[in-house]
Design a binder for this molecule. Structure first.
Ligand code: GLU
Length: 417
């Protein structure tokens, strides 16, 4: 039944399961079960051929008990309001687990950036930024990159926002910016680095040796690429990689650096010399120690969860595992490091970027990376302790930790008026 749930229904189901464990009262549960505010905006833009097209954009602000709303903006043809709402709730949990002073938000535009010119992309981005400018801000809601957005879009949003608000540079309104306008060293790699830190910590707990152990990666965007680089640096053997255009496999290992150059040149992993092509769904079912889903939602489902052979699943993507699949994986003794823990490295370094911006400081990459390591390691350990104490899967353990932190802040602040 849960297989047919939309992402927001999945998020509410996860909340309800954790709320039961936390013995949360109904009023608090009801506050958390829907975002504080969801804005839908029309985004009219002039195409290069002179026509006007109207896109739809969203910004969902889930909860701000612990601090300003925080979360990315994604561009994808399949964006829906329910997806954005779910992602904003997961951001609330993610920030609470990483123990950084933010609530959760998320935005999106229904569009296919691969079919847009650079100029069209800029006009759409600036018009969207204008439309949400009244509800974002350095102390209220701080967006960031997500699927198919990056430094370029963040720069346009920052520039539009700065122009609208008195035309002085406001780098602290958005994170994931290019270095030259206040971005942070280490931000690009941060999601993948966080994933690799959680895998290292999980392996310690389970007594698994990572040196030479095989890892399969589904998705080769920002998170997937840097997870691959950093897991390979830890000695793991990357045996399979997929992206939206195809999948490749080599039992003896794939050179991640060569594959990244190949992808940069050809726009896809397919056709890479050092591997053979396999069916996309096989990547999830390979014999490997670690599986990293780094693409989109709903990839590990009731129908393939039983075929997953990895000992550890580290969710670099948001929402890749359905609730039914979670139960199957837990039953098969597979440790799932859930998205809200595994990919929290991205938003953690966003927080460091924001701190640097507020103080007009620049930190070294070594400082960023070492702070990230200690934040994510302790988040992992906090979750793992809940996992053991309550004998529940890591997702429930994570959500439980998050809810407790968020609810504590809500109770102490009280309900106004
Ligand atoms: N979009 C990323 C995420 O889902 C990063 C969010 C941020 O840095 O604010 O965690």
């Amino acid at each position: 039944m849960s297989e047919s749930l939309n992402p927001f229904e999945v998020a509410v189901k996860q909340l309800d399961e954790a709320a039961k464990l936390a013995k949360l009262d109904k009023g608090m549960r009801d506050i958390l079960a829907s975002p504080n505010r969801v804005l839908t905006v029309a985004v009219p833009a002039r195409m290069d051929n002179g026509e006007i097209k109207v896109y739809t954009g969203f910004r969902s602000q889930h909860n701000s008990a612990r601090g300003p709303y925080k979360g990315g903006i994604r561009y994808h043809p399949q964006v829906t309001v329910d997806e954005v709402k779910a992602l904003s709730m997961w951001m609330t949990w993610k920030c609470a687990i990483a123990n950084i002073p933010y609530g959760g938000g998320k935005g999106g535009i229904i569009c296919n950036p691969k079919e847009l010119s650079e100029n069209e992309l800029e006009r759409i981005t600036r018009r969207y930024a204008y439309s949400i400018a009244d509800i974002i801000g350095p102390l209220t809601d701080i967006p960031a990159p997500d699927v198919y957005t990056g430094g370029k879009e963040m720069a346009w949003i920052m520039d539009t926002y700065s122009a609208l608000k008195g035309n002085y540079l406001q780098p602290d309104v958005i994170t994931g910016k290019p270095l030259s306008i206040g971005g942070s060293l280490g931000r690009n790699e941060a999601t993948g680095r966080g994933v690799s830190i959680t895998v290292r910590e999980a392996a310690k707990k389970l007594g698994i040796k990572l040196k030479g152990a095989p890892v399969a990666i589904q998705g080769f965007g920002n998170a997937g690429q840097f997870a691959a680089v950093l897991l390979a640096e830890m000695g793991m053997k990357v045996i399979a990689v997929s992206d939206s255009k195809g999948s490749i496999h080599n039992r003896d290992g794939i050179s991640v650096d060569s594959l990244r150059s190949h992808k940069l040149k050809n726009g896809a992993v397919s056709g890479f010399q050092g591997a053979s092509s396999i069916a996309d769904k096989e990547v999830l079912e390979l014999d490997c120690t670690v599986l990293v889903p780094a693409a989109l939602e709903n990839q590990i489902t009731k129908s393939n969860a039983g075929k997953v052979k990895a000992k550890i699943v580290a969710e670099a993507a948001n929402g890749p595992t359905t609730p039914d699949a979670d139960d199957i994986l837990f039953g098969n003794d597979i440790l799932v490091i859930p998205d809200i823990l595994a990919n929290g490295g991205g938003v953690t370094v966003s927080y460091f970027e924001w701190l640097q911006n507020l103080r007009r400081e620049y930190w070294t990459e070594a400082e960023v990376n070492s702070r990230l390591d200690s934040n994510i390691s302790s988040a992992f350990n906090d979750v793992y302790n809940n996992h053991k104490e309550f004998n529940v899967n890591m997702r429930k353990a994570s959500t439980l930790l998050a809810i407790n932190r968020v609810v504590e802040a809500m109770k102490i602040r009280g309900l106004w008026p």
